[in-house]
Design a protein around this ligand. Structure first.
Ligand code: 5GP
Ligand code: MN
Length: 348
C-alpha cells in the first residue's frame, strides 16, 4: 500500500504500528522490558539495547529477566541493573505487573518467560518485538518479523523508524551488536542479509569495537566447559550417516562431572551439524525437571515443525528447541523412532 504519511515514509515497519507505539510511549509512565527464559545474547542485547535508547530519550526503564544469563554475557553495559526474577523475585514481579508499558522481546509465547508469565499477563499494555515463528496474540502492538536474523536488528530498525536513532548511544550499540553476533553465529547463518551488515556497520559507527565484543562473548571459556565439550564430542555424540543426523546426549551425571554452569553447553549442537553430509543435529540434555531438546538443521529441513509436533517447543526453521518430562533415554528413543519418516518427508 502506498504510504502517503511523510512523517513515517521509508520506515521498515508498518506506519500504523509505529504510530500506535509512539502513542503508547507518549502515555507511558514506568516502562519494563522482559525477554525469554535462559536469556541469550539476543534476548539480553535487545533488552539492554532498547533500555539504553529509551533512557537516553528520557524514559524510566527497567529490564526484568526470568533467570540469570550465562556468564559470558555479564560484561554487557547495563547488565548490573537487570532485575533477575531468581535473585529479586518480589521486585521483579512487581515491576512487570505494575509498569505502564511492557516490551516483550525475543519470544513468541507467554510461557517462554517462565515464572514471570502471570505477571506478564497482568501487565496492562504490552508491545511484542520478536522474530520467532507463529507468535501468540498477547500484545497491544506486535512487531513480528520471522525474516529478521535477530530481535536486536528489529529493535535497531524500530528505534530508527521512530526517529529515536540519535539515542542509539555507544552502550546501546554494543548491546544491539552483541545480539546480531550471537543470533547470526557471527554473521554466517542464512538469515544474515545485506541489511544486517548495514545495521552492524551503523552500530560500529556508534563506537562498537567489534574485536572486543567478540572476545568478551567467545573467549570466555572455563577449563571445565572446554573439557565438557571434548568429552561430549568423544563420548556422547553418535553420527547416523544414513539419516544424515547427529545425536548428542548429556545426562545430569555427565554435566556434574564437569561442574556444569548455565550456558556451558551453548553451541555444542552446532558441532554435530558441522560434520560433512549431516543435515540435522539433535542435542538432548538432562535438566533437573525435564529433558531439553535442541535441534539444528541445514537447508530446507524444518526442525521447528518436529519439536512443535513432538517435543512441546518451537523456534525457527533451522534452529528450534523444546522439552519433555519423560526420562532422557525414553526421549532419545522416541526421537530415533520419529527420525526416519521425518527425513523421508523432507529429502535433501
Ligand atoms: P535452543 O536450542 O538454543 O534452546 O533454541 C533454539 C531456538 O528455539 C531459539 O530460537 C529458541 O527461542 C527456540 N526455543 C528453544 N526452546 C524452546 C521452547 O521450549 N519452546 C519454544 N516455543 N521455543 C524454543
Ligand atoms: Mn533471537
Amino acid at each position: 500500500m502506498l504510504n502517503t504519511d511523510t512523517e513515517v515514509r521509508n520506515t521498515r515497519y508498518a506506519a500504523d504500528d509505529l504510530r500506535r507505539l509512539r502513542g503508547l510511549l507518549d502515555a507511558a509512565g514506568e516502562i519494563a522490558i522482559v525477554a525469554h527464559y535462559n536469556p541469550d545474547g539476543d534476548a539480553i542485547g535487545s533488552s539492554l539495547g532498547l533500555a539504553h535508547v529509551l533512557r537516553s530519550a528520557g524514559y524510566q526503564v527497567k529490564v526484568v529477566l526470568p533467570n540469570v544469563a550465562a556468564g559470558n554475557l555479564h560484561w554487557m553495559p547495563g547488565h548490573a541493573d537487570i532485575l533477575y526474577l531468581d535473585q529479586r523475585p518480589d521486585e521483579a514481579l512487581r515491576t512487570v505487573r505494575e509498569c505502564g508499558l511492557l516490551f516483550c522481546l525475543d519470544f513468541n509465547r507467554t510461557d517462554r518467560v517462565g515464572k514471570l508469565e502471570d505477571a506478564l499477563k497482568a501487565a496492562a499494555v504490552k508491545v511484542l518485538i520478536d522474530h520467532h515463528q507463529e507468535p501468540e496474540a498477547f500484545a497491544a502492538v506486535s512487531f513480528s518479523d520471522t525474516s529478521a536474523c535477530a530481535t536486536c536488528q528489529m529493535v535497531f530498525d524500530i528505534v530508527s523508524d521512530l526517529g529515536l536513532d540519535a539515542h542509539i548511544t555507544r552502550d546501546a550499540a554494543v548491546c544491539l551488536y552483541t545480539g546480531l553476533v550471537t543470533d547470526t553465529g557471527s554473521f554466517r547463518f542464512p538469515a544474515t542479509t545485506p541489511h544486517t551488515m548495514r545495521v552492524a556497520a551503523q552500530l560500529m559507527e556508534r563506537g562498537v569495537q567489534v574485536a572486543s565484543v567478540h572476545n568478551a562473548i567467545m573467549d570466555d571459556n572455563t577449563i571445565d566447559r572446554l573439557k565438557l565439550l571434548g568429552f561430549t564430542l568423544n563420548e556422547r555424540m553418535t553420527v547416523y550417516p544414513e539419516l544424515a543426523t547427529t545425536v548428542i546426549v548429556l545426562s545430569r551425571t555427565d554435566l556434574e562431572q564437569f561442574n556444569f554452569r548455565p550456558g556451558d553447553t551453548e553451541g555444542f549442537v552446532n558441532y554435530g551439524l558441522s560434520i560433512r553430509g549431516i543435515r540435522m543435529c539433535a542435542f538432548f540434555v538432562e535438566r533437573p525437571d525435564m529433558v531439553k531438546v535442541s535441534l539444528r538443521s541445514k537447508g530446507t529441513l524444518p526442525v521447528d515443525r518436529l519439536v512443535k509436533a513432538h517435543f512441546n517447543g518451537g523456534g525457527h526453521h533451522n534452529a528450534a528447541g523444546g522439552q519433555t518430562p519423560e526420562p532422557l533415554a525414553t526421549a532419545v528413543d522416541r526421537f530415533m523412532a520419529l527420525l526416519p519418516s521425518f527425513m523421508e518427508q523432507h529429502p535433501a
